[in-house]
Design a protein around this ligand. Structure first.
Ligand code: NAD
Length: 483
């Protein structure tokens, strides 16, 4: 029996008010895993009403009691760690270890949320004028929502929900209809921790549901994570409807390698960055800029290691790279490789004809390396979001910095070097939100803010860390004089 997913509203799983269901397939086996409702405006309205009604009582629940729910949640997530990781593999196609890493990161966000009682502190100054004291206190705002992508179906929603509710808000998640099963399982777990009804809600769906979130008058703020074109729509629409918004968009992450870098260690890191999660990470290295004499040894080592990667089904522990998300994504990625080739790039390693025995219909794209890529080519400019690494060549450090700063994206950039001056210059001059020095995936941990620059981020307060406390609360000023 294929599972028909339900929404989770006001403390119960309920059927969506739609007859449109989107099939969810395992991208490796093509097995039908479930059917995701394409929920309507009415479903969003129902969830927001529940969250709105729950807000007053929830915000006045002592913050220490709100934090206790995070400890309960963490315990169940640890117990169900392997089950959750399995669901992530089945619906997303990544490897088991990648899914485990994702779930671990999600739990770290729960840990952070448990420390909200300390983070909610305001501040006070006595005698701001004679006999007058001034205080800033943080207050929750109401109903917040997240619209999330397919690539980290479990972790990304948890960047937001735990902190938002521990701050005293109520919450709604609209996950990707390509990977809705992780959140279905998460809300089963949320049901077990016995939060008051309406504090957390889940509505599945696509564009109609997203639109309803962006426009609903009782949602005060939206966190979006996804592609840049949609991030722009979300940023503009939410602003038009008077909401707080943080919209994390797409990426094109560059990695520069200096001739003085430790080549073996650098390549090991670059491999993880470019081909981990089959290149479907917003922090994936997509272009490697070889500086000066680094070019020949870097290219040789990358080709050697990439051609040895074992591509297969993510549930098999020996698999080093899984599938991309769907047949449509596979077709799009292969089309971008072909476009790069026709613009003059050499396909040094071609993943277009990748097949995996026993999974012939799976959406596999093998590791691909394009050489001789130049800044004007589409493969240097556009997000591919697949296991495709372009090699560019810069004469010197300044040339590499210029190449990287030409990108319209600014999510992440890395430098591999043994020279501290270059490392400092890179961090100082590169216009990207996350910088790695001898690190291929510069992923902020839960207590640091995460977000990019330029077309990779629209808003001001980033996700996670202290920015999330700012985003999920307002500072109210109290000025007191007692006669
Ligand atoms: P997507 O933009 O297609 O979808 C993201 C979410 O938006 C989904 O919930 C989807 O249902 C919804 N959506 C799609 N079209 C919409 C529309 N027209 N109006 C309103 N909502 C809409 O992204 P995706 O393919 O699921 O995810 C991959 C993208 O996400 C990549 O571009 C990747 O770089 C990006 N991403 C960014 C970060 C980051 O932190 N910057 C993290 C993860 C992924």
């Amino acid at each position: 029996m294929v599972k028909r997913l339900k929404n989770y509203i006001n403390g119960a799983f309920v059927e969506a008010s739609t007859d449109r269901y989107i099939p969810v397939h395992n991208p490796a086996t093509c097995e039908l895993l479930g059917e995701c409702p394409d929920s309507t405006r009415d479903d969003i309205d129902r969830a927001v009403k529940a969250a709105h009604a729950a807000f007053d009582e929830w915000r006045s629940t002592p913050v220490l009691s709100r934090a206790q729910y995070m400890y309960r949640l963490k315990n169940i997530l640890e117990e169900r760690f392997e089950d959750i990781s399995r669901v992530v593999v089945e619906e997303n196609g990544k490897t088991r270890d990648e899914a485990r890493g994702e779930v671990r990161r999600a739990i770290e966000s729960v840990d952070y949320a448990a420390s909200v009682p300390a983070l909610l502190r305001g501040y006070k100054v006595e005698d701001i004028s004679s006999g007058i004291d001034e205080t800033a206190e943080r207050q929750p705002l109401g109903v917040f929502a997240a619209i999330t992508p397919f690539n980290f179906p479990f972790m990304v929603p948890l960047w937001f929900l735990p902190t938002a509710i521990t701050c005293g808000n109520t919450y709604l998640i609209k996950p990707s209809p390509q990977t809705p099963l992780s959140m279905d399982l998460f809300y089963e777990i949320m049901d077990e921790i016995d939060l008051p009804e309406g504090v957390v809600n889940l509505v599945h769906g696509g564009v109609e549901a997203s639109q309803a979130v962006m426009e609903h008058p009782d949602i005060v703020g939206v966190s979006f994570v996804g592609s840049t074109p949609v991030a722009k729509i979300v940023y503009e629409t939410c602003a038009k409807h008077g909401k707080r918004v943080q919209a994390q968009g797409g990426a094109k992450n560059y990695i520069a390698v200096m001739p003085d870098a430790d080549m073996a260690a650098s390549v090991a890191n670059i491999m993880g960055s470019a081909f981990g999660c089959a290149g479907q990470r917003c922090l994936a290295g997509s272009v490697v800029v070889a500086v000066g004499d680094a070019y020949e040894p870097l290219k040789a080592e990358l080709l050697k290691r990439a051609s040895a990667l074992h591509v297969g089904y993510g549930l098999e522990e020996t698999t080093q790279m899984g599938t991309v998300i769907s047949a449509t994504a596979k077709q799009r990625i292969e089309g971008m490789i072909t476009a790069g080739e026709s613009e003059g790039a050499q396909v040094a390693l071609d993943g277009r004809s990748q097949t995996v025995a026993g999974f012939e219909a799976g959406s596999f794209v093998g590791p691909t390396i394009l050489d001789g890529v130049t800044p004007e080519m589409s493969v240097a400019r556009d997000e591919i979001f697949g296991p495709v690494l372009s090699i560019m060549h810069a004469e010197d450090f300044d040339g590499a910095v210029d190449m990287i700063n030409q990108s319209r994206y600014g999510n992440a950039a890395s430098l591999f070097t043994s020279n501290g001056k270059h490392a400092r210059e890179f961090k100082y001059r590169i216009r990207a939100g996350n910088i790695g020095i001898n690190v291929g995936v510069a992923a902020a941990t839960a207590s640091f803010p995460f977000g990019g620059q330029k077309e990779s981020f629209f808003g001001d307060l980033h996700g996670q860390g202290p920015d999330s406390i700012e985003f999920f609360t307002d500072k109210k000023i109290l000025i007191e004089r007692w006669l």
